[in-house]
Design a protein around this ligand. Structure first.
Ligand code: FMN
Length: 152
């Protein structure tokens, strides 16, 4: 199964989550600035931090570029200072481009301005991110096998 993990980060928190997810599904996490256009994937994990009430503008542009791509399913993840709202924004942006989005998503606090959430993401949160990714990858793999007729 073709799994991709793409993220944006300003201060490094979302990269930690992205790398945990990538390790769980056996791929490499790519920052959006180094990512080739994600034109096809069975499952695309896509994540960002939350900045001034929204996701980063580079992420918004990247998601727009996904219109018309062959992404079978996207799953979102994020880190935040105090407002756990980035996943809803990511889901809406992806949905607006016609990309099917898994209802399941992952988020956790991320260290902000040296004082808030100082120890986040924690090891426990990163391990929860891995569990989230594995569970989704397994269910998407099953869906792909059913689609191709391998499983009835
Ligand atoms: C410029 C800036 C603006 C932020 N604005 C918000 C915000 O509006 N709400 C919030 O909950 N967290 C906010 N945060 C905290 C980040 O969402 C949090 O630290 C997140 O983990 C950052 O992800 P990153 O390390 O991957 O860039 C902000 C952080 C920065 C640097």
């Amino acid at each position: 199964m073709n799994c991709k993990v793409i993220y944006h980060t300003t201060t490094g928190n979302t990269r930690k989550v992205a790398e945990a997810i990538a390790a769980a599904v056996g791929t490499v996490a790519l920052p959006i600035e180094n990512s080739p256009p994600a034109d096809a994937a069975d499952l695309l994990f896509i994540g960002d931090g939350f900045y001034a009430g929204t996701v980063h503008k580079e992420m918004k542009e990247f998601i727009k570029s996904l219109k018309g791509s062959s992404i079978k399913k996207a799953a979102v993840f994020s880190t935040f200072g105090g407002q756990d709202k980035a996943n809803a924004v990511l889901k809406k942006l992806l949905g607006d481009q016609g990309i099917p989005v898994a209802p399941e998503c992952f988020s956790c606090p991320g260290k902000a301005w040296w004082i808030f959430n100082r120890k986040h993401p924690t090891g426990q949160e990163l391990s929860a991110a891995k569990d989230f990714a594995l569970k989704l990858a397994k269910s998407q793999q099953l869906a792909t096998l059913k689609e191709t007729g391998v499983f009835p």
